[in-house]
Design a protein around this ligand. Sequence first.
Ligand code: PMP
Length: 364
Amino acid sequence: MKPVPKNGVLDIEIYVPGKSRAPDGIKLYKLSSNETPLGPPPAALEAASRTLFDLASYPDGQANDLKAAIAEVHGLNTANILCGNGSDELLGLLCQCYLAPGDEAIHTEHGFLVYEIQIKAAGATPVVAPETDRTADVDAILARVTEKTKLVFLANPNNPTGTYLPFDEIRRLQAGLPGNVILVLDAAYAEYVRRNDYGAGIELVSSAENVVMTRTFSKIYGLAGLRIGWLFGPEAIVQAIDRVRGPFNLNAAAIAAGAAAIRDRAFVEEAASFNAEWLEWTTREIEALGLTVTPSVCNFILIHFPDEPGKGAAEADAYLTARGYILRRVAGYGFPNGLRMSIGSEEANRGVVAALAEFLKSPS
Ligand code: PMP
């Protein structure tokens, strides 16, 4: 007899993160994980380094300083906030708390891969809702709700498409769900969105009993390496997750850096403006090369390559990698001919556009 994991676990396809290597001796531009080229705010680095003098002590298991800073900046109560080791951890904990074998959880066709992994790890069944124009389709989601549905995951904006669902649609989705189904709004890219209805999502979470929002410090705050995520929602849900998380799920450097970073609003504003400028430039220049780009509100774009021999995403990826530009293949997300590119530094963005122009001209 050998140990056997519970049903579903061996059906999980291993999550392969974006590549981080260029060939030896070539300058690397890592544009595969939607990280920021601007790094964290300096105050976050200072705060994190101070914690290194006391590594013998456990961190604050409640992450109180971080929760207080988040509450202050977003106008929330700390009782509605829970911090996690990246928002990935919080997505997993939601599944652990609310899903059991026999349950179903819905995610969209091109939704973030971690949903499916965590749903299966909880022993439950993922249900895929098709999209329209690469954007979540509320009617398609609602049509898939059954008595077994316990969670609905919606990344808004979505990774890897960068598409955005207006708030009216989110409200319609929430209104159409039974009260015992939790709507998880994954807002990892929230700070990049420049739509004036976005704040309404926060109000919806604050007023409903069955909506939570997850956020991250990995994107605009430049702290992906420290793993800091947070969730806010009804106290009952926060308390359930609080029971099952690891007692010290955030390390001391993460707590200190996150609290300092979120208070630096000028940094966030500048980073969002930088992104808006280069998102527009990069999209326009890549389209001018004759490639299609899905319109994005995030810090990345999804580039679609033609079905021509020698000119597809695999060949483009190899060509760019050889020159140090590391983008992300997204075949696992249902885009065999797509490459996702994070908006990088000016040098990186210009370099990718120039390399793509050469690639498209080169003999196949
Ligand atoms: N949700 C979405 C939609 C993401 O793209 C990511 C990061 N790739 C995450 C959640 C997880 O982010 P983290 O665990 O770094 O907070």
